[in-house]
Design a protein around this ligand. Structure first.
Ligand code: UTP
Length: 526
């Protein structure tokens, strides 16, 4: 960039109120100046100013909403203006005809859905899409969350477990149809996660998958902003950037022509999921079959909320439109509301596990993406202090603007939800082990409990299994205790507990017991 253009750019940055970004300018060497100028030119001073302004406004609105909720709660004798109806009056739970689930339907119906799902997979019409662009700040590791190992006996990482589940579901669908099939794996990454994720997959031989069926692509980044609307420097010459939320998916699909890639492969259905749920059932044939046979364009798996104030989003309707509403937005009375049978009215907890038809994704990217409203996420953003030292804050100091993947439910023509059992399908890894929930320990235990149950159901026995009086049947509070015996089953042997009797029926098993492909052969021959 010429010196005149550079001077004009710096002037424009000052004019839009972001001159704090230039406070180290006099100390920067030529290379550092070029780097900062390049960032500023890419963002464009007008775009940067507008983004900071929007973030500040959204932050103000969020605080205002929170204050209003508090005021409304405190002033029950002072009813709200009817023209400004509170959210609780606009909410409706999921209508029963939009909701399916393992406990709501007889086994033969579930089997029909499963057969349909396998049929679609066998026809190469199903892809899985992993949202892996997040920074995982709560977990606090410096590498992508998918590379994390929660301490299973096998040492497997989240990425490896997921890759093996894909291989197994391909194998099962292939066995049923008598032909080979492929479930392509699309992985949305960000500037933070793309490089290390790509290297990790290469180093591990793509965990046995064909590299051409693993498609990584990158989402966009946005500047992080202080609570008074100033973009943050993470180095003297670098603006702190953050991925634009998992709802950045729709722009990223467009930017990277991913839907065209899907079309070329003949993909019609996409199962989208988060990187951090250790129990995720990728390309779940029952869920796929349910959505397909219901003619849905958009679907979500949900779990029953564990308790009224559990901090998960609730899938419901607002003014007749399907949405995910944060529990904190719902209001204390509505959150506690119960049906005559005692169950919670708003119980459909969102687990970021979605079904989309490709044609729905095409419509969203073409027509609706710009209508998605960014949300304020308050995060700890590393920054440089006045002396130029890097500071890692111990409490949130900045705003990131994020779109949410589920905000497209409102555009669905036929939305369905599918309730699954938490202990079988949902244990997210969000926090470090200093937290008592959603940590590496709770995730590891959730998986080991599941495999322990599967082993017992298949007829295996752990003779010295049950220390400390824990019931062998049930994990009382998911992840709260170690299972009575350690049992880990490779997804390459069994994906959802299927087919285990062949190896385990009437067998006496010693904890720790690892059922991998080699052990399976030994046991089958015994
Ligand atoms: P979270 O909301 O848990 O965020 O993401 P996170 O970034 O992983 O973790 P924290 O909040 O910083 O601790 C839920 C899912 O959405 C993905 C994440 O990778 C995870 O699978 N995600 C999140 C993206 O793909 N892109 C984003 O910009 C944000």
């Amino acid at each position: 960039m010429g010196s005149e253009a550079a001077a004009a750019l710096l002037g424009a940055v000052r004019a839009c109120g972001q001159d704090q970004l230039l406070r180290f300018w006099p100390q920067l060497g030529p290379g550092q100046r070029r780097a900062l100028l390049a960032d500023l030119a890419t963002l464009g001073p007008a775009g940067l100013g507008e983004h900071c302004h929007r973030a500040l406004r959204a932050w103000g609105q969020r605080r205002h909403r929170r204050d209003r909720r508090r005021l409304l709660r405190d002033a029950l004798q002072d009813p709200p203006d009817p023209a400004d109806r509170p959210l609780s009056a606009r909410l409706r739970p999921l209508p029963p005809d939009a909701l399916g689930g393992a406990r709501r339907h007889p086994p033969h119906t579930l089997r029909r859905w499963e057969l349909e799902g396998f049929h679609q997979i066998a026809q190469n019409r199903v892809a899985v899409l992993l949202l892996a662009g997040g920074q995982g700040t709560r977990l606090g590791v410096t590498y992508p969350k998918g590379m994390y190992s929660v301490g299973l006996p096998s040492g497997k990482t989240l990425y490896q477990l997921q890759a093996e589940r894909i291989r197994r579901v391909e194998e099962l669908a292939g066995q049923k149809s008598g032909s080979r099939c492929t479930v392509p794996w699309y992985i949305m990454t960000s500037e933070f996660t793309l490089g290390p994720t790509a290297r990790f997959f290469e180093e591990h031989g793509y965990f046995g998958l064909d590299p051409s069926d693993v498609v990584m692509f990158e989402q966009r980044m946005l500047p992080a902003v202080t609570f008074d609307g100033k973009a943050i420097l993470e180095r003297k010459d670098k603006i702190a950037m953050a991925p634009d939320g998992n709802g950045g998916l729709y722009r990223a699909l467009e930017d990277n022509r991913i839907l065209e890639d899907m079309e070329q492969r003949g993909i019609q259905y996409v199962h989208v999921y988060c990187v951090d749920n250790i129990l995720v059932k990728m390309a779940d044939p029952v869920f796929i079959g349910f959505c397909v046979l219901r003619g849905a364009d958009c679907g979500a798996k949900v779990v029953e909320k564990a308790y009224p104030a559990e901090p998960v989003g609730v899938v419901c309707q607002v003014d007749g439109v399907f949405q995910v509403v944060e529990y904190s937005e719902i209001g204390p009375e509505t959150v506690q509301a119960r049906n005559p049978d005692g169950s919670l009215v708003y119980s459909a907890g969102n687990i970021c596990n979605h079904f989309f038809t490709r044609s729905f994704l095409e419509t969203v990217t073409r027509e609706f993406e710009s209508l998605l409203q960014p949300h304020v996420a308050v995060k700890k953003v590393p920054y440089v202090d006045e002396e130029g030292n890097l500071v890692t804050p111990d409490k949130p100091n900045g705003i990131k603007m994020e779109k949410f993947v589920f905000d497209v439910f409102q555009f669905a023509k036929n939305f369905v939800a599918f309730e699954v059992l938490r202990e079988e399908e949902f244990s997210p890894l969000k926090n470090a082990d200093t937290a008592d929930k959603d940590s590496p320990t709770t995730a590891r235990r959730a998986l080991l409990w599941q495999h322990y149950r599967w082993a017992l159901e298949a007829g295996g026995r752990f003779p010295r299994g049950s220390p400390s009086g824990v019931s062998p049947d049930q994990d009382p509070i998911p992840g709260a205790q170690e299972p009575p015996a350690i049992c880990e089953i490779s997804p390459l042997v069994s994906y959802f507990g299927e087919g285990l009797a062949t190896y385990l029926k009437d067998k006496e098993l010693q904890s720790p017991f690892i059922l991998d492909e080699h052990e399976a052969k030994v046991l089958a021959a015994a």
